[in-house]
Design a binder for this molecule. Structure first.
Ligand code: 13P
Length: 256
């Protein structure tokens, strides 16, 4: 069985001290739910302190982006080598990075390969815009993003990859995709693309999350879907009680 993975994407929220205080409060609440992989992705400024505060708690840490070079003259950027020992996961290709920070399918692919090369696990975010959704282009857009992100990635590395389906129209809008729709894109488009690329065994083993207005009230519905293995959560991951309820709901829905 694929172990569920719930990751909190904090985006540009919480100062250093707020981040540390938050995980100190969160860690004991999440402690009972060892059957679910629990990850928080703070800003770079708080990454080291959060990683330190979470040592020994079983809660993983992720970064929100990474450069593809090991080092160099790239003002403002952080290299994968610098994340080793601090972060286990890296969110790559988030729609906000694609929209505001010039992230493209090509840079996503470079970042995925660089992360894997340094032993870091990419959470690859894919998803269509409202316009693409309404034009019936979801399958084509999402399938294309998955193929581009994984170009040159071999099957052996797929155990270290998580994919997050985040329809852009559902992010931070309060307008979530129905659980059935999310499941059909995740199973029918993403898993079937993985099947084309790597065969059925890999396609069935990769964990795929849903993201977009996930809340304690709708979490169980998503997690009851057979192809949804977790969630990439923005807003609701910034509150200790909500994040705890999400983890609890995931465990309950999967009966673990
Ligand atoms: P919200 O949960 O706030 O809609 O954000 C989703 C997201 O972008 C997670 O990466």
């Amino acid at each position: 069985m694929r172990k569920p993975i719930i990751a909190g994407n904090w985006k540009m929220f919480k100062t250093l001290s707020e981040s540390v205080a938050f995980v100190q409060e969160l860690a004991p609440k999440l402690a009972p739910f060892i059957s679910v992989e629990r990850v928080v992705c703070p800003t770079y400024i708080a990454l080291a302190a959060v990683a330190d505060a979470l040592k020994g708690t079983g809660i993983g840490v992720g970064a929100q982006s990474v450069h593809w070079e090991a080092q160099g003259a790239f003002t403002s950027q952080v290299a994968p080598t610098m994340l080793q020992g601090l972060a286990e996961y890296i969110i790559i290709g988030h729609s906000e990075c694609r929209a505001y920070l010039n992230e493209t399918d090509e840079t996503v692919n470079k970042k995925v390969k660089a992360s894997l090369a340094y032993g870091l696990k990419p959470i690859i975010a894919v998803g269509e815009s409202l316009q693409q959704y309404e034009a019936g282009e979801t399958q084509q857009v999402v399938g294309g993003q998955v193929r581009a992100a994984l170009s040159g990635v071999d099957a052996a590395n797929m155990t270290n990859i998580v994919i997050a389906y985040e329809p852009i129209w559902a992010i931070g809008t309060g307008k979530s995709a129905s659980a059935e729709l999310a499941n059909s894109i995740i199973g029918g488009t993403i898993r079937s693309t993985l099947n084309d690329l790597y065969g059925n065994q890999v396609a069935q083993s990769v964990r795929i999350q849903y993201g977009g207005s996930v809340k304690p009230e709708n979490m169980q519905e998503y997690m009851s879907q057979p192809d949804i293995d977790g969630a990439l959560v923005g807003g609701a991951s910034l509150k200790v009680n909500d994040f705890t309820l999400l983890i609890e709901a995931a465990a309950k829905a999967k009966g673990i």
